[in-house]
Design a protein around this ligand. Structure first.
Ligand code: ATP
Ligand code: MG
Length: 179
């Protein structure tokens, strides 16, 4: 029996300086999978497997594939390493291939906005990817500092703004909450 496909996939952006962008995209993934859709998430600038969502996908969600294309260390905006740049570009190439193949209904490009802001990847390449995506594929782009030109091509943009975060009361990142 054939599985459901989206009639018209849109482009969503989750941006802003508050917590909730990556987790919003994962919420969309959980919802989509419940209706039989397949989800592919590519995490730019991340290389640690110590994220709960990676364990969840591997153990419990065969229809959620998560790939990382970054180092474990933080990227310097002023002075990114060649490996940071190479991995981000490889990530974009993988994302473009996955989107073009059209096998996944929802493709999440996590932190791609930051990779653009840090100039690890070219804005024109990302715009081209958005413009040429198959009709039935829904795209989600997450991360702070989204470039204006991306917003021009998005159908949905939500900005999460920082009002409070426990980090500013000295609470370190917590397992299962922040990662
Ligand atoms: P989450 O992954 O929890 O949905 P996010 O994707 O919105 O968060 P990022 O901007 O990607 O957040 O930040 C990465 C990490 O920093 C996450 O662990 C997130 O929880 C945490 N974080 C988010 N906003 C803030 C903030 N304003 N101050 C400190 N830490 C934050
Ligand atoms: Mg995030």
């Amino acid at each position: 029996m054939s599985r459901p496909r989206l009639n018209k996939g849109l482009v969503q952006v989750y941006t802003g300086n508050g917590k909730g962008k990556t987790t919003a995209s994962l919420g969309q993934a959980v919802r989509a999978i419940g209706h039989g859709y397949k989800v592919f998430m590519l995490q730019f600038m991340k290389g640690s497997k110590d994220y709960g969502e990676i364990q969840t996908a591997e153990k419990y969600l065969p229809n959620l594939i998560i790939i990382q294309s970054g180092l474990e260390t933080f990227v310097s905006k002023e002075n990114p390493s060649q490996a940071d740049i190479d991995l981000a570009k490889q990530g974009l190439a993988t994302a473009r291939k996955v989107i073009e193949e059209g096998h996944y209904d929802l493709v999440i490009l996590d932190e791609i906005n930051v990779a653009l802001d840090f100039n690890l990847i070219d804005l024109d390449d990302v715009l081209e990817m958005i413009k040429t995506k198959p009709d039935h594929v829904e795209l989600i782009l997450t991360g702070r500092y989204v470039p204006k030109k991306i917003l021009d091509h998005a159908d949905l943009v939500s900005e999460v703004s920082l009002i409070k975060h426990p980090y500013y009361q000295g609470v370190a990142a917590r397992k299962g909450i922040e990662y």
